[in-house]
Write a protein that binds this ligand. Structure first.
Ligand code: ADP
Length: 259
């Protein structure tokens, strides 16, 4: 419990620091982009100058997108949980996934019929799935298939393998058959800023964002990986309460909708 407390404190401090720095940087980059844009309009057309200017604009845009992601990571209190139909959410992401992942990977989905809804922030969940899918793609440089699946799990043991309290959950997973992680990497993978992807390629914020989203939703991020075999990232989320069949009365006063 002590360790968990320190870890939570550390995350909070990192979140605040990240948020502050990202906010200032975002303002600086907006000013830079604005000035570069004006400069481009005023300078006479000249190929070499244009190319330099384009490079500068591209770099500033990359910086802005990075600070956006850092802000999304730091702004952890803004979750708006609602019942999310996960198969529908994933189906709605098909175009985005195809464009982001490129032609080398295929996506397969496995959703059982009658799957309940997950209680989560739909936008954050979409971002989380996108992060996991990008990691899966990066782990399969030769290409391959990413399997997105979901199942309902009733946690009834007092001490479940996930550490989750008793209740009904959805286990949403993104699996690849890529390079996998050794134990040391797996242990650190969800730490903020931990990346093995090299400068300019990885921020090390993807999994920590997914971890934060899952924990705040009352769930977990669980990573399973074996070097050379592949990785499965599981997002566990509480199942949304089943809607009452139409026409039935609420079970008690306390459950009645406030009017
Ligand atoms: P980034 O992707 O920017 O590096 P992440 O937090 O998403 O940041 O991931 C941290 C690290 O965890 C990655 O650099 C990689 O070493 C490892 N990792 C994450 N997902 C996978 C995966 N599907 N397969 C293998 N390694 C992974």
């Amino acid at each position: 419990a002590r360790e968990a407390f320190f870890q939570a404190q550390k995350m909070e401090a990192i979140g605040q620091l990240t948020g502050g720095v990202a906010h200032d940087f975002n303002n600086l980059l907006t000013a830079i982009l604005g000035s570069l844009d004006l400069l481009r309009k005023r300078l006479p057309e000249e190929p070499r100058t244009s190319r330099l200017l384009d490079n500068a604009i591209l770099a500033a845009q990359r910086g802005a997108s990075l600070t956006q992601r850092m802000l999304a990571f730091a702004r952890r209190q803004d979750l708006a949980p609602e019942p999310v139909d996960v198969p529908l959410l994933v189906r709605g992401m098909t175009g985005l996934l195809e464009r982001t992942l490129g032609p080398n990977v295929a996506i397969e989905t496995r959703f059982p019929l009658g799957l309940g809804a997950a209680e989560a922030d739909a936008n954050q969940l979409e971002l989380a799935l996108l992060n996991l899918a990008v990691n899966a793609r990066d782990a399969m440089p030769q290409g391959g298939t990413i399997i997105i699946a979901a199942r309902q799990v009733a946690v009834r043991e007092p001490v479940h393998a996930t550490g989750l309290p008793e209740g009904d959950y959805m286990c949403l997973s993104v699996a690849d058959t890529g390079e996998g992680m050794d134990e040391a990497t797996l242990a650190r993978a969800a730490e903020p800023f931990f990346t093995t992807k090299g400068v300019g390629k990885g921020t090390g914020l993807g999994l920590s964002m997914v971890h934060g989203m899952a924990e705040q939703s009352g769930g977990r991020l669980i990573l399973k990986s074996r070097r050379g075999e592949g990785t499965t990232a599981e997002i566990w989320l509480p199942l949304a309460a089943a809607p009452r069949p139409a026409g039935t009365a609420p079970a008690s006063e306390a459950e009645a909708e406030p009017s």
